[in-house]
Design a protein around this ligand. Structure first.
Ligand code: ADP
Ligand code: MG
Length: 265
C-alpha cells in the first residue's frame, strides 16, 4: 500500500476503512457508482445487495485487487493501490490450490509461502487448530467438504494476522447447519482477534446474525442505499422478535416483499 495521499478530512479520522465516492466500470457495465462508506476499527460490517450490484467488485477494490475509475479507498488514511498484508481476503469459491494439501494452502497465506522453518510450521499448526482442521493437515481440497474448504480459505487469509478481514460470500455453498457452525466460529475468531471485518453476503439473515452494521447496496449501478446498525446482543437468536424485525427492515430496503424467497438476490 502506498503511503502517499493521506486524507486531511477530519470526518474520516478514526475510520479503519474509508470508501470515498468509488466508481468502477467493466467496459460498458457500470459496476459501482459513487459508493461511499466507512468501517470503524474492530467493526463487523456486512454488505448486502442483489446479485450483480457490485459487492464483489467493492470488496476487491478494498483488497487492492481492482483499480477504481474514480474515488478512493483509504485504510488507516493511506490510499490503497495494491494488495497488502494488512488485508486478508476469503473468496467466494474457496480459491484453493488443488495440488496443495491443507498445510500447503495455508502456508501460501504466509508472508514467506515457501518457508518451512519451525516458526512458520508452528503458525500453520496454530491456524489449523483455530479453524478446527486438526488431523486434516495432509488432505487435499478434493477430499474436503465445502465447509472444510472454506475453513482452509479462512486460515489462509488469517495467516499473517491481517488487521482487516474481507470475506466474499464465504458460506454461500455450505449447508445451513454447517453455515450456522461457521458463523459461530467466525464470531469467536473475531472476538479473539478484534479484526475489522467486511463480510459480503446476499443472505439477509446471515447479515443480521453477524453484523454490527449492515450496508445495503442497490443495483444498476451499485450505490449505497442505506446502512442499518444491528443493535442486538450476541449470540443472536434468529427467531427473536428483534432479529425478525431487522430482517424485515433490510428486506424492505431491498424491495423484497415479506415471505418472498431470496431469488431476487
Ligand atoms: P455481485 O458480487 O454483487 O454479484 P459483481 O461485483 O460481481 O456483483 O458484479 C457487478 C457487475 O459488474 C455485474 O454486472 C457483473 O456482471 C459485472 N462484472 C463483474 N466483474 C466483471 C469483469 N471482470 N468483467 C466484466 N464485467 C464484470
Ligand atoms: Mg459476488
Amino acid at each position: 500500500m502506498a503511503l502517499s495521499e493521506r486524507s486531511s478530512d477530519p470526518a474520516k479520522a478514526g475510520r479503519k476503512i474509508v470508501v470515498d465516492g468509488v466508481s468502477k466500470a467493466y467496459d460498458s457495465v457500470q459496476a459501482l457508482s459513487g459508493v461511499s462508506l466507512s468501517v470503524r476499527e474492530g467493526e463487523f460490517c456486512c454488505i448486502v445487495g442483489p446479485s450483480g450490484c457490485g459487492k464483489t467488485t467493492l470488496l476487491r477494490t478494498i483488497a487492492g485487487l481492482e483499480d477504481t475509475d474514480s474515488g478512493s479507498i483509504l485504510v488507516d488514511d493511506d490510499r490503497v493501490t495494491e494488495p497488502g498484508l494488512d488485508r486478508g481476503m476469503v473468496f467466494q469459491e474457496y480459491a484453493l490450490f488443488p495440488w496443495l494439501t491443507v498445510r500447503g494452502n495455508i502456508r501460501f497465506g504466509l508472508d514467506r509461502p515457501a518457508c518451512d522453518c519451525p516458526d512458520c510450521e508452528g503458525r500453520i499448526r496454530e491456524l489449523v487448530d483455530l479453524v478446527g482442521l486438526s488431523g486434516f493437515e495432509d488432505a487435499y481440497p478434493k477430499e474436503l467438504s465445502g465447509g472444510m474448504k472454506q475453513r482452509v480459505g479462512s486460515a489462509r487469509a488469517l495467516a499473517v494476522d491481517p488487521e482487516i478481514l474481507l470475506l466474499d460470500e464465504p458460506f454461500g455453498s455450505v449447508d445451513a447447519r454447517t453455515r450456522d457452525r461457521l458463523h459461530d466460529e467466525l464470531l469467536d475468531i473475531w472476538a479473539e482477534t478484534r479484526q475489522t471485518v467486511v463480510f459480503v453476503t446476499h443472505d439477509i439473515d446471515e447479515a443480521v446474525k453477524l453484523a454490527d452494521r449492515v450496508v445495503v447496496l442497490d443495483d444498476d449501478p451499485g450505490t449505497v442505499q442505506s446502512t442499518v446498525t444491528v443493535d442486538i446482543d450476541r449470540p443472536r437468536e434468529r427467531t427473536s422478535h428483534r432479529f425478525v424485525e431487522y430482517v424485515a427492515r433490510i428486506r424492505a430496503e431491498l424491495g423484497q416483499t415479506p415471505g418472498a424467497s431470496q431469488s431476487s438476490r
